[in-house]
Design a protein around this ligand. Structure first.
Ligand code: S5P
Length: 278
């Protein structure tokens, strides 16, 4: 199963996906020849929108942490949606839900951010068990949204390993209409494969990607796009500070250059993986 997915193109996989958010993401990846998701972790709305406008042409997906924007108001979301149309990318709010079903449903639909109303994809920690999915899908499924489970993390000493990771895969398999994949460091298809449906295709979105440094001072660990896409079979690289860090943020040309550099590396690794130069 893993082997066949590893060799399929993004557009072949889009045809087989029934969740609208997963399908749209795969189609966007193919159309833009980009498996790059930029994680825009900045605290001012002007910087947030400016960086997205620069990297927009090079990405399939923007990953947000809207709760870190100090001067947030709903115009941020309106502007983000306009940019997603202008540059043709999908939106992923990295909310990492992790509470009882009733609470996550309220956090997803309501409050200041109304995440479900604008974010095509969001994610959850499997720690509460299947009820976290039940709560989120009650809001997201009717809207055509998709959910990723964090089955592994990129940080040193992560507890998301072994049987925790295996249980996350089981939870996803029981909710394939809504759970479209994982935040993980490798493919999950081989885990508990005997129970898996042969037609399953979970997307693997992978943070902890950087080409110039191996980590930060707070436990983050980086691998290259080649290691992530070619060697570990992941589908989307998530890059944050590698693109706008190191003072690059203030220099639009440097941000553009890094975005194109990561896009090109991620795509080259994918082409090598499927064994074709398209
Ligand atoms: O395991 C994880 C999961 C996530 S979603 N490790 C991560 O780093 N992330 C997120 O990816 C993290 O919250 C941050 O927004 C981004 C990585 O940022 P970078 O600047 O280290 O590339």
């Amino acid at each position: 199963m893993t082997e066949s997915i590893l060799k399929q193109t993004y557009s072949q996989r889009a045809e087989n996906h029934r969740n609208p958010a997963a399908k749209a993401l795969l189609e966007t990846i193919e159309r833009k020849r980009s498996n790059l998701c930029v994680s825009v972790d900045v605290t001012k709305k002007a910087d947030f929108l400016r960086i997205i406008d620069i990297v927009g042409p090079y990405i399939c997906l923007v990953k947000t942490h809207v709760d870190i924007i100090e001067d947030f108001d709903f115009s941020v979301i309106e502007n983000l949606k306009d940019l997603s149309v202008k540059h043709d990318f999908q939106i992923f709010e990295d909310r990492k839900f992790a509470d009882i079903g009733n609470t996550v449903a309220l956090q997803y639909a309501s409050g200041v951010y109304k995440i479900a109303s604008w974010s095509h994809i969001t994610n959850a920690h499997p720690v509460p068990g299947p009820s976290v999915i039940t709560g989120l899908l009650s809001v997201g499924l009717p809207l055509g949204r998709g959910l990723l489970l964090l089955s592994e993390m990129s940080t040193k000493g992560s507890l998301a390993t072994g049987s925790y990771t295996e249980e996350a895969v089981r939870m996803a398999r029981s909710n394939r209409d809504f759970v479209v994949g994982f935040i993980a460091q490798r493919r999950m298809d081989n885990i508990g494969v005997a129970e898996g449906a042969s037609d399953e295709d979970f997307l693997i979105l992978t943070p902890g990607v950087g080409m110039d440094v191996k980590g930060d001072s707070m436990g983050q660990q980086y691998r290259t796009p080649r290691e992530v896409v070619l060697e570990s079979g992941c589908d989307v690289i998530i890059v944050g500070r590698g693109i706008y860090g190191k003072g690059n943020g203030a220099n639009p040309e440097a941000v553009r250059e890094q975005a194109e550099r990561y896009r090109a590396e991620g795509w080259k690794a994918y082409e090598e993986r499927i064994g074709s130069k398209q």
